[in-house]
Design a protein around this ligand. Structure first.
Ligand SMILES: [Zn+2]
Ligand SMILES: [Zn+2]
Ligand SMILES: [Zn+2]
Length: 203
């Protein structure tokens, strides 16, 4: 509890243009880091990573894949990957999306129609290097929120934090809102303004 109060106070002290309690709540919610898999939230990314490792390990499993062929060249920054055989092309391909779509269609014979998936996209430089170096075996980590592919558990944890930890659609407990409101009461700036303008200042 005290830990959360300290974190909220830190966020409020570094935030600009807080004119009322509503602004304060928005500023804090924008900075809090929410678990993509449940309603827990944290003030720093390492706490989120620890939480995911201990509570959602099933979202961090890797798959060993064998890459037979690919068209990924030196300098590639984005690759498009077939989820079935892990064939990949890079962004220099004339039309990576249509190449991948027709490639995936070529699997149809062996795939039940509804198991057909869209291709996946990765910007993970380590995974791209694995392709460029021609390694035939790779461990891949699939993000269960958006299907991005990453090359390590650390990269996946970082991706979950960077891409899927905002407050959109998350439940924030009444206790947290209360903590924010309490911290607003104690904001030094607000108290200074209050001293200057007295009770006319509504916030
Ligand atoms: Zn969680
Ligand atoms: Zn394929
Ligand atoms: Zn994702």
């Amino acid at each position: 509890m005290q830990e959360m109060k300290d974190a909220v106070a830190r966020i409020l002290n570094s935030a600009n243009k807080i004119k009322n309690t509503g602004d304060a709540i928005t500023a804090v919610l924008n900075k809090l880091i929410f678990c993509p898999f449940c309603d827990e939230y944290y003030a720093d990314s390492s706490a989120l990573s620890e939480h995911i490792i201990s509570k959602h390990a099933s979202h961090l499993t890797s798959t060993a894949v064998t890459v037979d062929t690919h068209e990924v060249c030196e300098g590639a920054e984005t690759i498009y990957i077939c989820p079935h055989c892990h064939f990949a092309v890079d962004e220099s391909c004339t039309s990576p999306t249509s190449t991948m779509t027709s490639h995936i269609d070529s699997h149809s014979i062996s795939l039940v129609p509804n198991t057909k998936m869209a291709f996946q996209i990765s910007n993970d430089s380590k995974l791209i290097d694995t392709y460029i170096n021609g390694s035939v075996k790779a461990e891949i980590y699939l993000c269960s929120v958006c299907s991005s592919i990453l090359s390590s558990k650390e990269a996946l944890l970082r991706h979950l934090y960077l891409s899927h930890s905002d407050s959109n659609g998350k439940n924030v407990s009444a206790d947290t809102i209360k903590i924010i409101e309490d911290c607003v009461e104690e904001l030094p700036e607000r108290n200074a303004v209050k001293r200057k303008y007295g009770s006319k200042y509504s916030f």
